[in-house]
Design a protein around this ligand. Sequence first.
Ligand code: BTN
Length: 308
Amino acid sequence: MNETRRAILAAIDDGPLSGPELADELDVSRAAVWKHIEALREAGFEIESGPDGYDFAGVTAYNGPAVEYGLDAPFTIEYHDSVGSTNDRARDLASEGAADVAVLADEQTGGRGRLEREWSAPSGGVWVSVVSRPAIAPARAPLYTLAASVAITQAAREAGVDARIKWPNDVVVPIDGTDYRKLAGILTEMEGETGRVEWLTVGIGVNANIDADALPETATSIRAESGDVDRRVFVQRLLEGFDRYRSDLDSVVPAWREHALTLGQRVRIDRPAGDLVGEAIDVTDSGALVVETDDGRETVSAGDCEHL
Ligand code: BTN
């Protein structure tokens, strides 16, 4: 958000100030103050005009300036009412050199899931792709995906949902026994050379304020579990959590273990090398799953996981 607009909001957050007072305080013209106030109102900031001047009453909008306002993480938000795929847009930005940009959309018309599956992304969900340029080896990149799964889980739990992580990075809500419904998914894409990541885009899809009957039977939403969430606040918590974990990669796996649904479960992993069946007993420092099979322990770094 424009610096002057941020300063205006900070100034009128503590009580009303008149146009001339604001102009003095920010060293801009009264006409400029008026223009910025109008632009802020247009972006969804509620600014009341009273006898003592302008007073900031809050923001409930879901757009770039609203999400950036009060966000405690270094992301610029690029918001779209509708876009093909936030991951495609994030990839374009990344290849132009962008860093720390979060592409956010109310709706995606061509959402993509893992393994080239389609990802349904109607209006009301949280669809966001974050561009990072970390100085890490490609082998550490999966930790970014695990970091996102922990951040989503914590934000969903704060919203009252019993969210857990199914290895490697689906966020699900347990039903009973080994059953669960999917709440969120992550699609990470990257560019790099041997030994060095150039950029990473972590695409996060959370079924937020969406009716359950608009989703596949195997999925659920925050609306269905605990009622609608303020998406602006939800995305802020999500991005702040993701930023904390990506800045301290050693903290990711311990936090992941805390929220894991898969550990202790009997699982089948569908791998290119063939199915693996056994008990999931741990994850390694790089997020690979350790499975105790009838023939001994195996470590799996990728594959589709089914709880049996
Ligand atoms: C999966 O579980 O298969 C991953 C789904 C990832 C969906 C998100 S929504 C935001 C971003 N844009 C996309 O097109 N995909 C990811």
